[in-house]
Design a protein around this ligand. Sequence first.
Ligand code: ASP
Length: 453
Amino acid sequence: MKKLSLVAQIGIGMVLGVLLGLIAIFWGFGPGVIDWIKPFGTVFVNMLKLIAIPLILVSLIDGISNLTDMAKLSRIGGKTVGLYLTTTILAISLALGIANLINPGSYLSEEKREELRVKFAPDALSKQESAASVEESGPLQLLVDIVPNNIFESMTSNSNMLQVIFFAILFGVAMIMTPVKEMTPVKSFFNGVNAVILRMVDIIMKYSPVGVFALLAGLIVDIAGNDPSSAFGLFKALGVYAISVLFGLAFMVFGFYPVVLSSFTKIKYKDFFKGMFPAQLLAFSTSSSAATLPVTMERVQKNLGVSEEVASFVLPMGATINMDGTSIHQAISAVFIAVAFGHNLTLGDQLTIVLTATLSSIGAAAVPGAGLIMLVIVLGAIGVDPAGLALIIALDRPLDMCRTVVNVTGDATVATLIASSEGELSEGIDVSKLTAEEKLEVKVSESDIEKFR
Ligand code: ASP
């Protein structure tokens, strides 16, 4: 019998996970799922996180040291930051358009609002406290936070991704500036370690169908709690808001990115989608761009033909600072909560949302729920009571799953644009047409491709 591809296995894992979660709620064995199934999902996410810091550090150093000149590095750096900012601002503008047009806040009845506010008030309070520490630190704190004073300390937490990136860039730049004779052994060391780490990613991915199954089963049970009808009633009341967010997110994936890719590169969106699909599924299941990063990096290089030097520079930075999906969610949520609380948003308020949602999506960590915490800052800036978070907390996880897909797709789009502008992708990659030698060159092995078919 032909072995199922990894994508099919992940898909089956997802469907079975959702089914098990639903059956568990209705037959009352939710706690059993939390005790005996969910831990396998946590193990999977832990394995992905485990590899994140070594992967970023080594692949970034390896990637940068392959750059032959500083001019190229600063050119790619400039393009990366410019494109990330542009796509985020465009995403927020789109979100504001949708929020003003559909106006989901006006669909909420006064009673329901009160009920939700009371129900989730303690939860909203803890989010407010986390955000307060971010707010207190002053406008340039983000800059200060990027420069670590001890790299080993930075490497002890996945939330210090930007600090590790800073160190890796500095290290890589210093390598370029060091004479070739001294640099050669260091370079081959990082080259070899990089290959080993990518192999580790392959091993972890083999476990992904089980991990995804366990994650989704646990998630469904967590959302519903002990009272399925309350969970589903809540979903219904907030349906219009969720649809607005989903519409914005879908527009990015099916409208904006395809148009940008077909306007500025020769890659076909169909091929792009096919190549990125496993990373998108993983983003959906883990709600974390950081956890998905190893797979995003692998797919972009193997399936889209982006070079290691571009991928290892653009993608780790993107996972941390480029969150188009998160910024869409923040803009629509801010308008929704403001309207639900009876605020009339002026043009100035809307511009404030553009600015603060851009900054807070940059500042949001690439982990589940980070966008929700940062939303407090957006709400505070437009003078809306952050307790309004209570209105949307119940829906956050499913929306987080979807916005993370957009975050990851946005990063891959920018990496592809930059690779194309550097002349790396002539026609996109059609592996079947390459000679054996060329296949080796783009580091695509037949067995790897077969796995994902
Ligand atoms: N979960 C998102 C990510 O990792 C961040 C967020 O919006 O909460 O990309």
